[in-house]
Design a protein around this ligand. Structure first.
Ligand code: NAD
Ligand code: MG
Length: 372
């Protein structure tokens, strides 16, 4: 029953949620086989002319299937296949998207469809935000990370060589269509990376969800479809609720960056694509929990629970040694910072986070304790 708001039907593994943002509100549809669901596609994608943006890993798996369904739904479809990878989330790829849209005489009514993981989603969203000053776009996330996090909330953009996601815009999609059957082809490493962002929601806001993930981590790693569907639904609910309250990150939305201050430094410091975003975030959460403990905020049992869960999820818990100057230099370009001071999302307990500055000596202790 897709019409019930915030409904989860466990027998079909499907859910329908809404991101409530007034006139910019949009649905999140979660379920198996959505790429083949012609009715759902024609109901949720309004435009007639569609441009699918995808990459050379996802295209062979799902582009034909989605194109066929969209055509059956009466749409005109064109598509561009970009090279895969975080290191391609850059200006050159963005220009290739614009070239493609111009060459195909796309207009203001053309809807961009992001078919892929967070890299494709972020770039397509930013292309949609800026092409002709804004065209509609739809997210069709195909990684766990994108289905639980990046496709929801309207943060779009590309990387700058000196900093992650430094160029972008807040721009909400028209719909998010998460077909959970696409996760069957996802490599194990990518599944673990997605679990990092799932785990994140526990420490920052939902202790009960953290308990649930601890109990169900085996099922999640085993791709149990009911467990995965619940994890995706709960993650999207939490994110939608936070985004509703703080669309442009002037407050509570910053909590979603738990683990990301350290994580972004790892990603940029090693070179984009060396560690997966989710791997860097997993390790970053361990570091943020360690720092919370050193600040006298979080107890050691909770810190250890976080580290153990990250480890069980198949994620790294020890960071590469970037050198203190490099770590601090990279963290100083974080978007959360104000007046040059690094801001961290730290924990008071599992389920309760806040943003704060930290004394340099404690930060250095964490860097020492958490790196190889
Ligand atoms: P990704 O997009 O690189 O996808 C991971 C890999 O899986 C890629 O090689 C991709 O081609 C492949 N892939 C995608 N779907 C597949 C499938 N169904 N089967 C097999 N392979 C598949 O990475 P990601 O983890 O999805 O996203 C990470 C990006 O998301 C980062 O750039 C990060 O900054 C961004 N992000 C954005 C937000 C946001 O709010 N906008 C939030 C979190 C992360
Ligand atoms: Mg993230």
């Amino acid at each position: 029953n897709r019409n019930d708001k915030n409904n989860m039907n466990t027998s079909t593994n499907s859910a329908h949620l809404k991101v409530d943002l007034g006139e910019r509100s949009y649905p999140i549809e979660i379920g198996t086989g959505l790429l083949k669901d012609v009715k759902l596609l024609s109901r949720t994608i309004k435009g007639k002319r569609l441009a699918i943006i995808t990459n050379d890993v996802v295209a062979p798996l799902y582009l034909d299937k989605l194109t066929a369904s969209l055509k059956e739904a009466g749409k005109e479809v064109i598509s561009i296949v970009l090279p895969d990878g975080e290191k391609e989330k850059n200006w050159e790829s963005l220009m290739r998207i614009f070239d493609f849209l111009m060459e195909n005489k796309c207009d203001r009514k053309t809807t961009l469809v992001a078919l892929g993981g967070g890299v494709i989603g972020d770039m397509t969203g930013y292309a949609a935000a800026s092409f002709m000053r804004g065209v509609p776009f739809v997210q069709v996330p195909t990684t766990l990370l994108a289905e639980v996090d990046s496709s929801v909330g309207g943060k779009t953009g590309i990387n700058h060589p000196l900093g992650k996601n430094m160029i972008g815009a807040f721009y909400q999609p028209e719909a998010v269509l998460a077909d959970t059957s696409t996760l069957n082809t996802l490599p194990d490493k990518e599944l673990s990376a997605g679990l990092a962002e799932v785990i994140k929601y526990g420490p920052i806001i939902d202790a009960k969800f953290f308990d649930w993930i601890e109990r169900n981590i085996g099922k999640l790693l085993g791709r149990d479809s009911v467990a995965l569907a619940y994890a995706i639904k709960r993650s999207c609910e939490i994110k939608a609720d936070i985004v509703r309250q703080d669309e442009r990150e002037s407050g509570i939305r910053a909590l979603l960056n738990f683990g990301h201050t350290f994580g972004h430094a790892i990603e940029a410091g090693l070179g984009y694509g060396k560690w997966l975003h989710g791997e860097a975030v997993g390790c970053g959460m361990v570091m943020a929990a360690d720092l919370s403990c050193r600040m006298g905020l979080l107890d050691e049992v909770s810190r250890d629970r976080i580290r153990n869960l990250v480890e069980k999820a198949g994620l790294p818990t020890v960071a590469p040694d970037l050198g203190n100057d490099c770590w601090i230099g990279l963290m100083e370009v974080d978007k959360k910072n104000v007046g040059g001071e690094i801001q961290f999302v730290l924990l008071k307990s599992i389920g309760s986070a806040f943003v704060t500055r930290v004394p340099q000596n404690l930060l250095l202790e964490t860097l020492k304790a958490c790196t190889v």
